[in-house]
Design a binder for this molecule. Structure first.
Ligand SMILES: NC(=O)c1ccc[n+]([C@@H]2O[C@H](COP(=O)([O-])OP(=O)(O)OC[C@H]3O[C@@H](n4cnc5c(N)ncnc54)[C@H](OP(=O)(O)O)[C@@H]3O)[C@@H](O)[C@H]2O)c1
Length: 248
């Protein structure tokens, strides 16, 4: 099951898994895009069912979780849907209403979905949970503070539940991509070094998930650089981030 399947990374993941003849549950808001993707995946050999609603509506997400548990939890759940906001061209700051929308989708609905799937997988003693974080989780970027915070929350949550679920044969992977070509990526301010095509990102994610990797982070040079931002004294990291043109 893939949320945010109508986007770049989600769509590429759906096509990648479809080639193996998987049964796919694809979620997105854009029903037309979902129908197109579904046709493509069926042509590639998959069984497909689609569900279209706004995940930031937490009551609907809660109901959907109940339906998924009642109907049989998928083997792999990829919580990929997400949005990004930024401090604006004039650095005037984020709007609270947008921050709330972002937190509802990126953090609350993702954790709600993963939590319900985790309990069902734990009982079944099988399954793989995948949470889509970002390299922005290593260090808060001044141009995207709320986004960075939301992705750091998912990284920490994934790391925590991985240990909790390991004795029950349930795997948990956190994915931390660098720049992957998509509408969201292109709308983000700042430089975008080492940008990958979504197909390449999807291949790396699928391979890592099959091995139950704790963390899938890429591409290597950007991953290495961002990791240093987390371990260096913060005053140095702030200077690097400013020097790299990510604000501050
Ligand atoms: N691209 C990058 O450089 C990059 C880097 C690091 C992490 N990521 C993460 O990767 C994930 C996918 O991003 P992407 O680059 O593929 O972006 P994208 O092409 O903009 O796709 C975003 C997806 O999220 C869905 N979505 C947005 N708001 C939603 C809502 N309220 N309810 C349900 N679905 C909603 C969109 O569905 P609709 O279009 O149908 O509304 C779309 O399928 C995100 O979590 C993002 O933070 C991306």
């Amino acid at each position: 099951m893939i949320t945010g399947a109508t986007g770049s990374i989600g769509g590429a993941l759906a096509r990648t898994y479809a080639k193996d003849g998987c049964s796919l549950v694809l979620q997105g808001r854009n029903a037309d895009q979902l129908a197109l993707l579904s046709k493509e995946c069926i042509a590639l050999g998959a069984d497909v069912s689609v569900v279209s609603f706004d995940l930031s509506d937490l009551e609907m997400t809660q109901r959907w979780c109940g339906e998924l548990v009642a109907g049989g939890v998928p083997d792999i759940v990829i919580a990929n849907a997400g949005i990004n906001i930024n401090t604006g061209a004039e650095q005037s700051g984020e709007q609270w209403s947008q921050m709330e929308d972002l937190l509802n989708l990126n953090v609350k609905s993702t954790m709600m979905l993963i939590h319900h799937m985790a309990l069902a997988m734990k009982q079944r003693k099988a399954g793989q949970l995948v949470l889509m974080s970002s390299l922005a989780a290593y260090y808060g970027l001044p141009v995207t503070p709320s986004y960075s915070a939301s992705k750091a929350a998912l990284k920490a949550y994934a790391e925590g539940i991985r240990g909790w679920l390991a004795p029950h044969n349930v795997g948990v992977t956190v994915v931390m991509p660098g720049y992957v070509s998509s509408d969201m990526c292109h709308a983000m301010p700042g430089p975008k070094p080492f940008m990958l095509a979504p197909e390449r990102a999807a291949k790396a994610i699928k391979q890592g998930v099959a091995k139950n990797r704790a963390r899938i982070s890429f591409p290597f040079p950007l991953n290495f650089g961002c990791w240093w931002l987390a371990v260096l004294p913060s005053a140095i990291s702030q200077r690097i981030v400013k020097w790299m043109n990510y604000g501050g």
